[in-house]
Design a binder for this molecule. Structure first.
Ligand code: FEO
Length: 170
């Protein structure tokens, strides 16, 4: 049976992942409102990825005989000053998520919960990708600068992103 402290940390993270999903869906709505539909698509796919992350925690806790609980989720912001500001927020948010996953791994090790530690390895690798993806776009928006054509080129590229659920790990 999973220790309560570890179960609590998984439920807290499950709720954070759902907040992440809402945050990115809200960013998608913002980008749609300024007619950057490729950016909107990228954020919509990101929202789906975050829901996948939430369900991964949800299912893992059930598999361990715990009780999965969805906590209160606060409303995300709904507008940003610019595409750059939105992606900088996304990058900053991913850095916070990395911190919380690392703290979970620390707790799992302290509690000798080897199974949770193995499950978290997937998220630790995923966070490297999550931070990189958001930061790459921050840097590319900066490169485009005041060039509308640069921004629209990036928008066309981001339109091609599709959600592909990662293969099951169990
Ligand atoms: Fe679930 Fe973007 O980390």
């Amino acid at each position: 049976m999973i220790k309560q402290l570890v179960a609590d940390s998984i439920n807290a993270q499950l709720t954070r992942e759902m907040y992440s999903s809402n945050l990115y869906l809200s960013m998608s709505a913002y980008f749609s409102s300024i007619n950057l539909n490729g950016f909107a698509n990228w954020m919509r796919v990101q929202a789906q990825e975050e829901m996948f992350h939430a369900l991964k925690f949800f299912d893992y806790l059930l598999d361990r005989g715990g009780v999965s609980k969805v906590g209160a989720i606060s409303a995300p912001p709904s507008s940003w000053d610019s595409p750059l500001a939105a992606f900088q927020d996304a990058f900053h948010h991913e850095q916070l998520v990395t911190d919380s996953i690392n703290q979970m791994a620390e707790l799992a090790m302290k509690e000798n919960d080897f199974a949770t530690n193995i499950m978290l390895q997937w998220f630790i690798s995923e966070q490297v990708e999550e931070e990189k993806n958001a930061n790459d776009i921050v840097e590319r928006i900066k490169l485009a600068g005041d060039s509308r054509s640069g921004l629209f080129l990036l928008d066309s590229e981001l339109k091609t992103r599709v959600f592909v659920p990662p293969p099951p790990t169990k």
